[in-house]
Design a protein around this ligand. Structure first.
Ligand SMILES: [Zn+2]
Length: 313
């Protein structure tokens, strides 16, 4: 029979995003989340209200999983994983919020803290499209674009927790103004939000999603084709830079646009291959864990924390 020490351990996890807070629990060795749920973030209520919501969602999860031994939480923006601080999460209104300490106090259990994209990449590395691959890039393309570079299974964080901001590589100098203050960032051309926005501006038709722009491009809409092609070309420009710097074996594309599968990946692969000279062409593939990657990653961080405590009590 299992002793207490070897019994499977359960953790709860939260992925705090600008629109939703996603939650779930993960048992040691399991590959899928249990107790999954999501709540509206409603960031317009202000940073303190968002924090209150996060704390109550976490408490609700723990109530449903009384055997949980730790919690993991991941947030977007600039995070200091060492000190457990959300340095700047613009879409949550958070500046310098000690998320890790407050959550640990609220739940009275150990809490692991991380960055949403790096955590998503960690989940893909261990359970998804990055499995068996030591060096890979995880690139979720959604409302924004980010990247996490993994080498020998570890994510590159950077000296100030700001590595991987692929969306703010300038690919069209003098182009559209980005919310970061620069012009012509990748995000202004190739994010799902940018594709939809550019199509609305060009045609006057609002409410057409980026996936719809891709479908319209395929069925002969010339405006959609131009905007879609430009998004692919711009992403290939930025990926060529990333491939030159990191030499990944695989590039794992996540987010809503990657769900178009080969309709997205095939032209992107061609455009990237055309740009590379001496570099090895990485294998481009679709992420496997979808929008749960961040939450699974948060749970893995919590399991790692428990494991470290077991090894080094
Ligand atoms: Zn930018």
């Amino acid at each position: 029979m299992n002793s207490a020490r070897t019994a499977p351990r359960r953790v709860v996890a939260l992925d705090v995003g600008g629109t939703y807070i996603k939650g779930g629990s993960l048992t040691d060795g399991a590959t899928t989340l249990d107790h999954t749920d999501r709540w509206y973030t409603r960031a317009d209520r202000g940073p303190e209200a968002v924090l209150e919501t996060v704390l109550s969602c976490a408490a609700e999860l723990v109530e449903r999983c009384p055997d949980a031994q730790a919690a993991g939480i991941v947030v977007p923006g600039i995070v200091d994983e060492e000190s457990g601080l959300a340095v700047l999460a613009a879409n949550l209104g958070w500046r310098g919020v000690p998320v890790q300490d407050w959550l640990a106090e609220h739940l009275d259990m150990p809490v692991a803290f991380g960055h949403d994209v790096r955590a998503g990449g960690l989940a893909e590395a261990r359970m998804g499209a990055g499995r068996g691959c030591a060096d890979f890039l995880f690139v979720p393309v959604g409302t924004g674009i980010a990247a996490a570079a993994f080498s020998r299974g570890r994510a590159l964080i950077g000296a100030h927790g700001r590595a991987g901001e692929l969306g703010h590589v300038v690919v069209r100098p003098g182009g559209a103004r980005c919310h970061c203050g620069a012009r012509g960032c990748l995000e202004t051309v190739a994010s799902a939000a940018a594709v939809a926005r550019r199509y609305a501006r060009a045609t006057g038709w609002h409410g057409v999603s980026a996936r719809d722009v891709q479908r319209r491009a395929e069925t002969g809409d010339p405006v959609a084709a131009d905007i879609w092609t430009e998004a692919i070309e711009a992403l290939a420009d930025a990926l060529a830079v990333a491939v030159t710097l990191y030499d990944p074996e695989r590039v794992v594309l996540g987010g809503g646009l990657a769900r178009a599968g080969e309709a997205y990946l095939a032209p992107l692969r061609d455009a990237l291959t055309r740009r590379l000279t001496f570099q090895a062409v990485p294998h481009l593939t679709e992420a496997r864990l979808g929008d749960r990657a961040g939450c699974v990653g948060a749970a893995l961080l919590a399991h790692d924390l428990l494991e470290q405590a077991r090894v080094r009590p």
